[in-house]
Design a protein around this ligand. Structure first.
Ligand SMILES: [Ca+2]
Ligand SMILES: [Ca+2]
Length: 181
């Protein structure tokens, strides 16, 4: 577990450096987001690795905690088809103890357009010590696309439960560069 997370962190650093030099398509990219949310779920960076057998999306946050009181969770939208506008899949999960996650078909960003669960192999791991969430999706599960790009939205609730904090990677509903396999 520790080795896996350390590997992801190392990859994140390497990717963040390479982003300045890499072409629009690569097998991994890293994108940063400012510390702009007054909540521990605050999104700070996203790394997308498009491997031979799977797509791995690692998000880093300011302060992830296991308590349900954080209400933390997020959605990673996966765009796999350039000819079909918007994302085709969404990986949604809770980021606190005891929550679940699911990969769904979608016709866009709106929650109302989220559809049936995807049949296939995928999983989500949360590393509270490194404030990271790692989603791994089998390429088979999402139609073995030649390239993918993502949009990321996270959210959490404030301690008094009065309101929800929300943070997108960059502009709302904006997608990263394409990442080729
Ligand atoms: Ca942020
Ligand atoms: Ca699409």
């Amino acid at each position: 577990m520790r080795t896996t997370i350390l590997g992801a962190a190392t990859l994140a650093l390497a990717s963040l450096t390479l982003t300045h030099l890499a072409p629009a398509t690569a097998d991994a990219i890293g994108v940063t987001d400012p510390r702009d949310l007054d909540h521990g779920v605050d999104l700070r960076s996203v790394v997308v690795a498009h491997n031979a057998d799977n797509v791995v999306v690692t998000t880093t946050h300011t302060n992830l905690r296991p308590s349900w009181r954080t209400g933390s969770g997020g959605a990673v939208f996966l765009d796999t088809d350039e000819t079909d506008p918007g994302p085709e899949y969404v990986f949604a999960g809770g980021y606190f103890d005891g929550t679940d996650y699911q990969l769904l078909h979608t016709e866009g960003f709106a929650t109302s357009s989220w559809g049936q669960p995807v049949e296939g192999s995928y999983r989500m791991r949360i590393g509270y010590d490194r404030d990271q969430v790692r989603m791994r999706i089998s390429r088979d599960a999402i139609g073995s696309p030649a390239q993918v790009r993502v949009a990321v939205r996270v959210a959490g609730t404030y301690p008094d439960g009065s309101s929800t904090a929300k943070d997108w990677l960059g502009e709302p509903r904006s997608l990263t560069e394409w990442v080729a396999q």
